[in-house]
Design a protein around this ligand. Structure first.
Ligand SMILES: [Zn+2]
Length: 72
């Protein structure tokens, strides 16, 4: 979705990027996201405005490395 600009569930192109600061407004939350949030790695969401599907992405290379250090 981040890379294709297209929803994998309904093929909509009505996608918005929701920054980590704004993600609290989304009702969506999964276990890994909670853990990552505690470790202060920003997680951007890509949300489909047609079906409601949401993807979560750690976008920065050094943040991925931090995550690997913490959990790998
Ligand atoms: Zn969709």
């Amino acid at each position: 979705m981040k890379n294709t600009g297209c929803c994998p569930k309904c093929n909509s192109r009505n996608i918005v990027r929701v920054s980590d600061n704004a993600h609290r407004y989304l009702a969506h939350s999964i276990a890994i996201t909670k853990v990552v949030t505690v470790e202060r790695v920003p997680v951007a969401r890509y949300a489909c405005c047609d079906c409601g599907y949401v993807e979560s992405w750690v976008e920065k290379r050094h943040e991925l490395d931090e995550m690997k250090k913490a959990f790998g």
